[in-house]
Design a protein around this ligand. Structure first.
Ligand code: C5P
Length: 241
């Protein structure tokens, strides 16, 4: 089930508190990484201007603001995001069919060139089965993620964000054209921080992930480029086995 692995399949989450720092990290990674992810923290600092700046430098942008609102609001947010020239964006699959369709209409309306790919967030990788009953949700992570992926697939989204633990079931059920983007990546399980459903890069790619998202292990490293190289070596190594 191994997908084609290359450095272009590593998305670096620029979860950083200010634009200067984010620009420094991004510049350091300029020749090893193609896609960077902007989440709420950096968006609050840099917004549109900073996003446009990263696009100008040549990065593809994954705008991970996880929209979850009424369809009209999500339509407008997605239209505005597409107009910025981002390549991928997220909405919560939990938002329901009308909201997911509104997201797709929004990106098609807003894009000047190719519309960004719309990914449905299934279940945050910081949640596991212990928390689900408290939220009134199906206590089986596998079943819940599959239901949410089904909802994204039926709405014709481009794919989903899901942990490595559910990636192979999603791949089997929805086929090879449905994108799977996998966060919660750690080089070793010991450093999981607030993430609960973590995997190594090789486990994620072996499970069928198209892209992996790595934040803190890269951006908090003294030499981010070296961590990218270690991720690549590990992922490529797993293909030889
Ligand atoms: O630092 P770390 O590698 O844990 O960062 C993971 C990134 O992926 C964060 O930016 C987080 O917002 C994002 N993410 C996640 N789980 C999801 C969806 C997105 O961790 N289900």
């Amino acid at each position: 089930m191994n997908r084609k692995v290359s450095a272009s399949k590593i998305i670096v989450a620029l979860d950083l508190p200010d634009v200067d720092l984010a620009l420094r990290v991004a510049s350091d990674l300029r020749h090893s990484v193609q896609i960077v992810k902007i989440g709420p923290e950096l968006w609050m600092q840099g917004g549109k201007d900073f996003t446009a700046r990263l696009v100008d430098i040549g990065f593809e942008i994954f705008l991970d603001l996880k929209f979850h609102d009424i369809p009209t609001t999500v339509y407008r947010a997605c239209r505005a995001s597409a107009a910025l020239g981002v390549s991928m964006l997220t909405v919560h699959a939990l938002g329901g069919a009308a909201m997911l369709q509104a997201a797709l209409e929004g990106v098609q309306e807003g894009a000047k060139k190719r519309p960004p790919r719309v990914l449905g967030v299934t279940l945050l990788t910081s949640l596991n089965a212990d928390q689900l009953p408290l939220l009134g949700m199906d206590p089986s992570v596998d079943r819940l993620v599959k239901k949410l992926a089904q909802s994204a697939w039926e709405a014709k989204l481009d794919g989903v964000v899901a942990s490595a633990q559910e990636a192979s079931a999603i791949r089997k059920t929805f086929g090879k054209r449905f994108l799977i983007v996998t966060p919660g990546i750690r080089l070793t399980r010991a450093e999981s921080q607030d993430q609960k459903r973590v995997a190594t890069p090789q486990e994620a790619f072996q499970a069928g992930a198209d892209y992996i998202v790595v934040g803190r292990p890269v951006i908090e490293a003294k030499r981010p480029q070296e961590v990218i190289k270690r991720i690549m070596d590990a992922a490529l190594d797993s293909r030889k086995k």
